[in-house]
Design a protein around this ligand. Structure first.
Ligand SMILES: [Zn+2]
Length: 382
C-alpha cells in the first residue's frame, strides 16, 4: 500500500504544493500536516496543528495534497503521468524529460545522470531517487551512485543525507558506514570551524561579517547541514542560528543605500541589511519586524489618539476644552509611528507574494498609521 503510493508519487517530477491545509509525504515516508505559511523554491514552511512551525526541504517532498478542500477534491497523479517541468528549467531539460520513458528505473537513472552532467543536480537527485524506488532490489546500489554524483557535484551535504538513510536501512554494512563516517568527519570539521568563526565575529560585534560568513552557507542548504550548523552555533554562541542572523541584519546598514533611501528596493526603505535574507531566517525576521512595529506603536498612549481622532471628541461637551500636546511629546509620537510605518512597509515589501488577506491587513495598518500621523501633525501644540 505505502509502496504503491510512493511509486505513483515518484512518477511526478516537480511536486505541486497546494496552499491552505495540506498533508505532505516526505522521502523518508514521514507525513506532515499543517497550514502553508511560506513557499520558496527550496523550502516549505508549515504551521503544524500542534502549533509548531515546521520547515521542510522541497526536494525531499514526495507528495503534497490539500486536506478538507471545499473547492477541488484531491486528484492524485495518474500512474504514468509526468508533470511538466517548471518554466525555469531550460528547454534541453524539458526535451530530455519529455523524451524519456518514465516507467523504468534505468530510464530514470539515465535521466538523473544526464541532469547531473548538465547542471541540474536537484532534479538529478529526484530522478535517481525515483530509479531506486522503482527498482527496490537494487535500491542500495542506485543510491550509492547518487551519493557519488552528489559529491562530484559539490553537494556533499546532500550526499551525506543519502548515505545516512542507507546506513539507517542497513546498519550492519561496515564499508558503507565507513564511507558515511569519513564524509561526515570532513563536513563536521568544516561546520565546527564556521561555528567558531561566527561566534568570535558576533562577540566582536562584526555583524556584517557574521552575515558574510553565514549567508552563502545557509542559502539553499540541505536540511542536515542547517540542523548541524544551528546546533553548533547555538552551542558555541548561546543563541539560535536564525535569531543570530536576524539580529545581525537589524544591526547592519543596507549595503545598497546605507540606510539613506526611503525607496531602496533592496531593503524596502528600512535601511538595514535585510535584502539578502535567506528562507531559513525569513519567518523569524518578519516576526521581529512585526514585533518592533507593534512596540513602536505602543509608545503612543491610546487616549491621545482617541482625543485626536475619535469623532465623539469633536462634539460638546468635549470640544469645549482644546486638547493640547507638548511639541516635543507630539514629535516623539510622530517619530514612533513613522518607525512603525517603515517596518510595516518593509513587511509589505517582503510579503509581495503573500496571500491577499495578509497583504490587505498590512495595507490597512499602514492606512491607520498614515491617518494617525496626519492627526498628530494637525494637533494643537504648545
Ligand atoms: Zn537599502
Amino acid at each position: 500500500m505505502a509502496c504503491a503510493i510512493l511509486v505513483s508519487a515518484a512518477l511526478t517530477l516537480a511536486v505541486d504544493i497546494p496552499s491552505g491545509e495540506i498533508e505532505v509525504r516526505m522521502l523518508d515516508d514521514t507525513v506532515v500536516r499543517g497550514r502553508v505559511l511560506v513557499k520558496t523554491p527550496t523550502h516549505l514552511y508549515l504551521q503544524a496543528r500542534a502549533g509548531a512551525r515546521v520547515r521542510l526541504l522541497v526536494e525531499d517532498i514526495v507528495s503534497a495534497k490539500r486536506i478538507k478542500s471545499p473547492v477541488t477534491p484531491d486528484s492524485g497523479p495518474g500512474p504514468t503521468t509526468t508533470t511538466p517541468a517548471t518554466p525555469d528549467e531550460p528547454a534541453a531539460y524539458r526535451r530530455t524529460l519529455a523524451e524519456m520513458n518514465p516507467t523504468t528505473a534505468d530510464a530514470w537513472a539515465g535521466f538523473g545522470r544526464w541532469c547531473f552532467a548538465n547542471g541540474f543536480p536537484a532534479q538529478g537527485r529526484r530522478a535517481l531517487e525515483k530509479s531506486a524506488v522503482l527498482d527496490s532490489p537494487n535500491a542500495r546500489r542506485r543510491r550509492m551512485e547518487l551519493a557519488d554524483l552528489l559529491v562530484t557535484a559539490g553537494r556533499r551535504y546532500d550526499a551525506q543525507a543519502v548515505l545516512a538513510a542507507l546506513v539507517r536501512a542497513c546498519p550492519e554494512d561496515a564499508a558503507l558506514r565507513k564511507t558515511f563516517n569519513q564524509l561526515s568527519d570532513v563536513l563536521d570539521k568544516e561546520i565546527d570551524d564556521l561555528a567558531g568563526r561566527v561566534k568570535s565575529l558576533y562577540r566582536a560585534q562584526a555583524y556584517g561579517k557574521v552575515l558574510d560568513a553565514l549567508e552563502p552557507k545557509v542559502r539553499g542548504a540541505p536540511a542536515m547541514l542547517l540542523e548541524t550548523l544551528s546546533v553548533k552555533v547555538e552551542r558555541e554562541a548561546g543563541l539560535p542560528l536564525d535569531e543570530m542572523m536576524a539580529t545581525c541584519r537589524l544591526k547592519t546598514p543596507c549595503p545598497r543605500c546605507k540606510g539613506k533611501s526611503a525607496t531602496c528596493p533592496t531593503c524596502h526603505g528600512i535601511g538595514w541589511r535585510v535584502g539578502g535574507v535567506t528562507d531559513y531566517e525569513r519567518p523569524l525576521l518578519l516576526t521581529r519586524l512585526e514585533r518592533e512595529a507593534a512596540r513602536a506603536c505602543q509608545a503612543v498612549p491610546s487616549h491621545v489618539m482617541m482625543r485626536l481622532t475619535d469623532p465623539r471628541y469633536q462634539r460638546p461637551p468635549y470640544n469645549r476644552s482644546v486638547f493640547v500636546l507638548a511639541r516635543a511629546q507630539r514629535n516623539q509620537y510622530v517619530k514612533a509611528f513613522e518607525t512603525a510605518r517603515l517596518r510595516y512597509r518593509a513587511l509589505l515589501g517582503f510579503q509581495a507574494k503573500a496571500d491577499a488577506a495578509a497583504r490587505a491587513a498590512l495595507q490597512a495598518r499602514l492606512g491607520e498609521l498614515d491617518a494617525a500621523i496626519a492627526a498628530l501633525k494637525k494637533a494643537k501644540v504648545r
